[in-house]
Design a protein around this ligand. Structure first.
Ligand SMILES: Cc1ncc(C[n+]2csc(CCOP(=O)(O)OP(=O)(O)O)c2C)c(N)n1
Ligand SMILES: [Mg+2]
Length: 805
């Protein structure tokens, strides 16, 4: 807890006595929450709550200074994962969190282990949990705030600041540095990162002198650096005779030693200082003037535990600059485990908790009372909270109207096209018209804008930068296909290669309606295999329910000559397994058009009715069907499948195919149709939607809704039980392999299980058995007793001996 507020300090800033009380309350309540979850209402199945206790204590002073003084309602905050309890305790003190949820911390339906935008009911701005992501999220949130305002939207609201509370060990995560670089390129403003410099992580005490590395890194990216090393007690002591000697001792003390003495307390401090300061009589006298308790309070009075200095620092940084605060703290501050290197999973014993309770003036049985043990009139304290800028305002969550998807949604018609080219053409068409939807689309790509076919759209809509930058090639009249003009009206945000940044930007763009009250429709493109590079950030974005569309292209071994390093195999399964993300893999561009029209609507739907969309696309140009789009066909495409060739009543074979190998499936079905006349061909546009529909119907039936049905059940139900299924995907075979269990058909799932390699599409499809011959062979093996006879196919049959009669 911060030191007692002196009458002088209180006279200078009347908020201080209130803040000191609130800090003590927040520290107590967060400690009690964790103690309760471990000892009183255990809900840990033997896995006790580690981490939170010491980490929350480490940040109690900083959070108090922020939420009850420095923050404005328009500011948005990412609280480091283990400071969750103290954040919720503060929300509780402000009447924004229930006792019931606090008591059920980490329990089912209770306060979440790590702050969650979607699962916690108090006002979490950004989820955190996977360290590093919340930090970088604030940086991209800042760029999005600037984007929104530069387009003239949301100007009736004050301009907020993005704030991250960062663990010092969290700074090891590379994605933070990737974000720093991108922030520098885009002229980052109004962002505060407050590093809880407790010099401890999970396992260890961190390296000496790390803060000066931090300092240099941030300065080189154009940030202001504020080092909050000393508290106001220390400042006063340094002004006493011998004070300079004490300061130099503090400055040179190794982290381990400082932590160990903090843990041991006043007597240990005295012993050590008397030894080390023996050369300076003034310094010894300075120590001698304090009793053990005062000495411990002085030595523990680091910048991050001193309300006076924190308030001053936050006020001094009230400008537009990106600012990092390196706030020295003690992990476990105020608790008996303060400073101990093992304290990460450390918990107070019941006896320690009782002592601590007495120390903070809480009576037994009144542990949850918000204002128990305060020294100021409770009403005054409540009034103080109600008058704070942050808690004095109304709700901070916004919404924005839905933008209509144009009725005449573009559908490019050409004899042969790839889905990637179709995607580019559709966006280009959308970009031609001044519709509300088009004006709110924001595209972004990690250095693959042109190679993923966004060039046409970008030529029309321009690149975004707060400051105008003309395309020099254009102004010099040098011919170029692309017009690379940057302006405040531009609608494309060009990123460097880091895919983590792509997903964190999409996440921030995709929360714009709720953060700023202004809807944006983010569309990002990247190469499909590199989804894995940004996967944790993609998962993070979905966990926060950010809404966006990603076009991942090219994909699979169909990217033949590029070789195994660029060919994705597992991404269809990622798409299926990722909550909050609907995955589609169309074969034809008219399917893609239907899916994109759906996606632009789907990303805007509220709650579970909507989500984000992943389009797995291909560069392979294939012959396009010349057909009219009927409502039934469009419905099948969105639900995940339709019959490209309807099976007859006696079908003994169905081929189900998704995406790029569709021409091979068509060829194989054509070859087998003579012998297997009722053969069907199922075009699967989304294994993900089909599977989700199927499991939902099963769950509904299990819950008693006997009528519940799913599209895939309707599609496969009429097939005879002896019918075999061959599934084909340019990706892992498990993507479609489950189709056999919907009704119970023998199934052979074709796909890719081994790293790709260079070659032609034909070479690779042959190699992986995705060509017509491989499909026929698989079909034959499903019913060896009834060999497939095909005229004019002798040369291939020779390579598939089991097909011979
Ligand atoms: C990506 C990721 N890796 C590992 C963890 C497990 N973890 C949680 S907190 C933490 C380190 C905490 O150190 P610091 O950020 O300094 O916070 P402090 O414990 O000092 O409060 C680790 C490794 C995680 N949450 N996320
Ligand atoms: Mg730490």
């Amino acid at each position: 807890m911060s030191p007692a507020i002196s009458p002088d300090a209180a006279a200078a800033d009347p908020r201080l006595p209130y803040l000191a009380e609130l800090e003590r309350r927040a520290l107590w309540l967060s400690t009690w929450m964790i103690h309760n979850a471990n000892h009183i209402r255990p809900n840990h199945d033997g896995m006790k709550v580690g981490g939170h206790q010491a980490s929350s204590a480490s940040m109690a002073t900083i959070l108090t200074a922020l939420y009850f003084a420095a923050l404005r309602p328009e500011d948005r905050v990412a609280v480091k994962p283990h400071a969750g309890p103290v954040f919720h305790a503060i929300q509780y003190l402000a009447g924004r969190q229930t006792r019931e949820k606090l008591e059920n911390f980490r329990g089912f339906g209770g306060v979440q282990s790590y702050p969650s935008r979607t699962k916690d009911t108090d006002d979490v701005d950004f989820s955190t949990g996977s360290v590093g992501l919340g930090v970088a999220q604030t940086l991209f949130g800042s760029l999005v705030r600037d984007y929104v305002r530069a387009h003239g939207w949301g100007l009736d609201q004050p301009e907020g600041r993005m704030v991250a509370l960062v663990g010092d060990a969290e700074m090891d995560e590379g994605n933070i540095f990737e974000a720093l670089m991108e922030g520098w390129k885009h002229g980052l403003r109004r962002t505060w990162w407050i590093i809880d410099y407790n010099r401890q992580s999970l396992d260890a005490v961190i390296r000496e002198g790390l803060y000066s590395r931090f300092e240099e890194i941030f300065k080189s990216f154009g940030w202001d650096v504020v080092v909050l090393k000393y508290g106001s007690l220390m400042d006063a002591a340094f002004a006493e005779p011998g004070g300079e000697r004490l300061r130099s001792w503090i400055d040179t003390a190794p982290n381990q030693l400082y932590a160990a003495l903090t843990f041991q307390g006043g007597a240990a401090w005295r012993k050590r200082l008397n030894q080390d300061l023996a050369d300076n009589a003034d310094a010894l006298a300075l120590v001698a003037r304090r009793d053990d308790e005062e000495l411990a309070a002085l030595m523990g009075n680091l910048g991050g535990h001193d309300l006076v200095n924190l308030l001053k620092a936050f006020e001094a940084a009230d400008n537009d600059r990106p600012t990092v605060f390196i706030a020295y703290t003690v992990k476990g501050y105020g608790l008996p485990l303060a400073g101990h290197k093992d304290n990460h999973s450390g918990l107070l014993t019941p006896a320690q908790a009782e002592l601590f309770r007495d120390k903070v003036g809480v009576r037994a049985g009144r542990e949850w009372e918000p204002f128990e043990g305060v020294h100021l009139p409770e009403d005054d304290l409540r009034r103080f909270i109600g008058d704070t800028p942050f808690f004095g305002a109304g709700p901070r969550r916004y919404s924005a109207p839905t933008l209509p998807v144009p009725e005449d949604f573009p559908c490019p018609r050409q004899p042969s096209l790839s889905t990637q080219a179709g995607f580019g053409l559709i966006l280009n068409e959308l970009g031609k018209a001044e519709t509300p939807l088009a004006s709110r689309i924001v595209t972004t790509s990690p250095d693959v804008t042109v190679s993923t076919n966004l060039g046409g759209w970008v030529n029309r809509r321009g690149l975004f930068a707060r400051e105008e930058l003309r395309d020099l090639f254009k102004s010099e009249r040098i011919p170029s296909t692309f017009n690379w003009d940057f302006s405040a009206k531009g609608q494309h945000m060009e990123l460097g290669i880091a895919e983590m940044n792509l997903f964190l930007l999409l996440s921030a763009l995709g929360l714009s309606d709720r953060l700023f009250g202004e809807r944006l429709i983010p569309v990002g493109t990247l190469y499909d295999p590199f989804i894995c590079r940004g996967l944790d950030a993609l998962n993070y974005a979905c966990y926060q329910d950010a809404r966006f569309i990603i076009a991942a292209t090219p994909s699979g071994v169909t990217l033949a000559p590029e070789g195994g390093a660029h060919q994705s195999i597992g991404t269809p399964l990622i798409g299926m397994a990722q909550d909050g993300l609907s995955t589609f893999e169309p074969a034809f561009v008219d399917e893609l058009s239907v899916i994109m029209a759906h996606a632009f609507d789907y990303v805007q739907r509220e709650g579970k009715e909507g989500g984000s969309v992943y389009l797995r696309l291909s560069t392979r140009s294939i012959a396009q069907p010349q057909r009219a789009m009927t409502p039934a066909l469009a419905q099948g495409i969105v639900e995940g499948a339709y019959w490209l060739r309807e099976p007859g009543p006696n079908a003994d074979l169905v081929v189900a195919v998704t995406g790029a190998p569709t021409p091979e499936a068509i060829e194989a079905v054509g070859l087998m149709a003579e012998d297997r006349r009722d053969i069907g061909l199922l075009a699967v546009t989304s294994a993900d939607r089909l599977h989700a529909g199927w499991t939902a119907a099963q769950r509904a039936r299990e819950a008693g809704d006997r009528e519940a049905r799913s599209p895939i059940e309707d599609l496969l139900d009429g097939l005879p039980s002896h019918c075999g299924l061959v599934t084909v995907v340019d990706g892992h075979p498990a993507t479609l392999g489950w189709l056999g269990s919907v009704v119970g058909h023998r199934t052979r799932a074709l796909g890719v299980e081994r790293f790709g390699q260079t070659g032609t599409v034909a070479d690779l499809y042959r190699h992986y058995g995705l060509d017509a011959q491989g499909i026929v062979a698989a079909a034959g093996a499903l019913a060896p007793e009834r060999p497939i006879r095909m005229r004019g196919y002798g040369h291939r049959l020779a390579q598939a001996p089991h097909l011979h009669a």
